[in-house]
Design a protein around this ligand. Sequence first.
Ligand code: FUC
Length: 770
Amino acid sequence: MIGKYLTILMVMLTISNCMIVAQPPAEPLSLWYRQPAKQWVEALAVGNGRLGAMVFGGVPQERIQLNEDTLWGGGPYDPANPEALEALQQVREMIFSGQYRQADRLIGRRMMAKPLNQMPYQCLGDLLLKFPDATNGVKDYRRALNLDTAVANVAYTIDGVDYTREIFSSPVDQVIVIRLKANKPGKVTFTAGMKTPQKASVTVESPHTLVMQGVNGSSRGIAGALKFQARVAIRALGGQVVTGDAQITVTDANSVLLLVAAATSYKSYKDVTGDPEALAKDAIAKASAKSFDLLLKDHVAAHQKLFRRVTLDLGTTAAASQPTDERIRNPNKVNDPQLAALYFQFGRYLLISSSRPGCQPANLQGIWNESMNPPWQSKYTININTEMNYWPAEPTNLGECVEPLVSMVMDLTETGARTAKVCYGAGGWVTHHNTDLWRASAPIDGPHWGMWPLGGAWLCLHLWDHYDFTRDKEYLARVYPAMKGAAQFFLDTLVEEPKHKWLVTCPSLSPENSHPYRTSICAGPTMDMQILRDLFANCIRAAEILGVDEDFRKQAAVRRKRLVPNQIGSAGQLQEWLEDWDMRAPEIHHRHVSHLYGLYPSDQIHVRTTPDLVTAARKSLEVRGDDATGWGIGWRLNLWARLHDGEHAYKILTMLLRPERTYPNMFDAHPPFQIDGNFGGTSGIAEMLMQSCAGEIELLPALPKAWPNGSVKGLRARGGFELDVQWKESKLINVTVRSLAGGSCRLRYGAVTRDLNLAKGRSAQWDGIQ
Ligand code: FUC
């Protein structure tokens, strides 16, 4: 393999004043580059769910930008506005009498959160390594991220000495591990220091440890309540180590191991009494007792346990041997199907690295952020973005990674119950379009964005899906009260609209999209109704399975029937609102496609079960257009896959993979960087190859001509099934189905179906399909 690459590629290029020969890594699942990162979106991301690092790979100076997933601004707070309840009735009356803008203004004055915005996710700081000799004569520079081992790697040669750096963030040992090595003795010399925009100090402690400690800042009037600490322990093999005030210099070592630990005092959204110093010291002490080889072995094993569950082969062309940034720069010019497979696996890598059990859920930037006030505060935007982060989790066999999201929902049932009571006088719990580390749940930013009470209800789909993919009843019993509480809020707050006597949410909005009355504020938008149909149905099914709450089931079923049905408008489109406003809306090409929630992620609208609504949804999608933000394209990709239009889905995927929407380090560009597009892309590729919805498992439903031969192994389907699928000359040739839970399923390939009933742990093959 290496030999093949060597013959394909011997690229000469100039960096600074030196000649460099760069070779691709032997592993196809690597991102690689011929030059260090200049910008943050060129640096390579590693993470263990909690500790993140962006590796720049500079030769005279390495910058390793650090994150800890609980380092946010502010402290515990309750933003629910006590004036909201008094205004509620008047707001509803205004909306039902068509005074939408007046309602908007009243909501703005009386119902919004205090403070109006939520807290930002913030950076921890940088670890800087300065290499005094490494300025000239650099050869063979290569920087790579191996998705299969989750190790970033920098290699170069100076004066005949080969230098390497290996960097990974271990989920086992809770440290970031950095090893600096040379292939000749006594050649590793550098000075390590730290810097941060946080309120913090950097000191040196014995033995050879940099310590950065500080407190987080206040934000929007909410006082900072967190302490944090990062420690970098330096262990040199050979050479000398000299400590300065705030830096440590290693001279002439053979190799050096750096262990980075970090923690904050965050214990939960209401408890900030943790001891970051004890946590960081403990992690360093435990990791110090292990060799580098053992740290690496344990890290790789933990990563591969999840990562290796799925393999994807879409074919490989010569383009795959090019550096990753050059491949992204070359969209449509070369046939590069492996780039889509790499993007798919990168999404899985990012989810494993940013959302492990016990950590915070992946936020707008996963866990990677260099700023104190990142775009949209890098929060949890739950009117699409956080949900999209978790779209690939179940189908691409990373169910464990949903656990942080489930825990966050559990917290929200508490904070959201306060908001439900204070702002609506209702039971259950509610969350609006964003939340943060402190699980704030009131409407924020302004009525146009914030007055949307469905955030928690949508998150509950993920709670149900985790059950549906695993059929784990114990888990269902744990999450059912959260689902029920979300439904309870709507049983208490749905109101009858005057025209058809349907039950509607009011006030609400179709996320961030203005209707012809130049506000988004309205009653009963289509998306709300679709989400509530799912929430009520899933609650009813869960209660049946658990044998509980008969009355509640009945109530939910009665209300469900009275929700506004999906409606087809005058242009043949699926109506976004209760009224047929779509073609008169000010932004018909809006990035959000909220009313198409029914087509994806839901299956209320499906090619087999509701063909008329599918035609209408397709019309809506055509009117909206293909181009959008990164996540907007990610959503469209999944939707075209659900329409079983492989060629259109492929076209959308190529739009996602070009430089406007994919940075050199493969991070999604909204722009700016937002990780949801990565996850939407991963999920979309899975949806092109397999869909498990509407009661069937459909194989190759949207296979494009560009991928005539290939295979995918290890995808998960609803009902607790795992599938391997192989195709040749654009035809399915073989499927293996394994049952992890025991039960029956229907497989479909085009018009052909096959019913299977498998005992737990058994598998079946379906081949020679015509
Ligand atoms: C929603 C989107 C924006 C952005 C933000 C984080 O408000 O409409 O495009 O993704 O979330």
